[in-house]
Design a protein around this ligand. Structure first.
Ligand code: NAD
Length: 247
């Protein structure tokens, strides 16, 4: 029997990069995946694994309610939430435009928080009577100062704190929350950085495992934290960064 057989997972940011890889691997391991993204290409992505695509924006306050209706329409409960939808704005900490600062907060923090809040009741119930688990994609930059993305890192630090705090509050209700903190992963988000040879060389010089990760390298740690194997793990942010944060 597959690890996630008979379970349902909502994955945000499922059209691309890390979210798409996690969604596909959950489906490979037996889960029914509700794949959420504001990019309509999520429909084609979800079709690959018989998922349920939802084109929606995590900053839309109605998205949670829409997802509850989607679950009900398909006769599904909820076992897992993966928050991978995110944006990055590159700007020095004191130079960022107000609108960009707000966008970072809205998508990367409030979007996840609002969705989670709405989905707590079905997560607590689970589809087979046992409560579910949550993984948010934070970032190495939430833990260390990375010039050029300090506002982004600050919001990711807040997201990591939200995970720790809610793990304490929701633990007694059986819901576990954890995060993965990627370092550098080859996705459309990082393409502009990694395409610059000087930047790439600077990163590689400090990267113990000596390669930029592929999105698939995020899936094992994320699925472990979601799975029953991690049933005594909550409130943890697991660095999945090739050792970068150590240097
Ligand atoms: N790539 C990296 O090196 C890296 C490192 C650390 C953390 N992360 C985090 O990983 C997550 C995934 O990023 P990625 O690298 O796969 O980037 P990506 O751009 O490939 O994927 C992000 C996805 O989120 C979706 N999205 C963005 N805003 C949305 C919104 N408001 N509503 C719904 N969907 C939205 C996008 O359409 C896209 O499909 C992000 O939270 C990012 O901050 C990435």
């Amino acid at each position: 029997m597959e690890r996630f057989e008979g379970q349902t997972a909502i994955v945000t940011g499922a059209a691309s990069g890390i979210g798409a890889a996690i969604a596909a691997s959950l489906a490979r391991e037996g889960a029914r995946v509700v794949a959420v993204d504001y990019d309509t290409s999520v429909k084609a992505a979800a079709a690959e694994y018989d998922g349920v695509p939802v084109v929606g924006d995590v900053t839309d306050p109605e998205l949670g309610t829409e997802l509850l209706a989607t679950l009900a329409r398909h006769g599904l409960g909820l076992d897992h939430l993966v928050g991978a939808a995110g944006i990055q704005v590159r700007a020095a900490g004191i130079d960022i435009e107000d609108a960009d600062w707000q966008r970072l907060l809205n998508v990367n923090l409030s979007g996840f928080y609002r969705l989670l809040r709405t989905l707590v009741p079905p997560l607590e119930q689970g589809s087979h009577g046992s409560p579910g688990s949550v993984v948010a994609v934070t970032s190495m930059s939430g833990d260390r100062a990375v010039p050029g993305i300090v506002p982004y890192g600050s919001v990711k630090a807040a997201l990591a704190h939200l995970i720790r705090g809610l793990a304490v509050e929701l633990g007694p209700r059986g819901i576990r929350l954890n995060g993965i903190a990627p370092g550098y992963v080859s996705t459309p988000m990082t393409a502009p950085i990694l395409e610059d040879p000087a930047t790439l060389q600077r990163i590689m010089a400090r990267l113990p495992l000596q390669h930029i990760a592929e999105p698939e390298e995020m899936t094992g740690p994320a699925l472990f934290l979601l799975s029953r194997e991690a049933r005594y793990v909550t409130g943890q942010i697991l660095a999945v960064d090739g050792g970068y944060a150590l240097t």
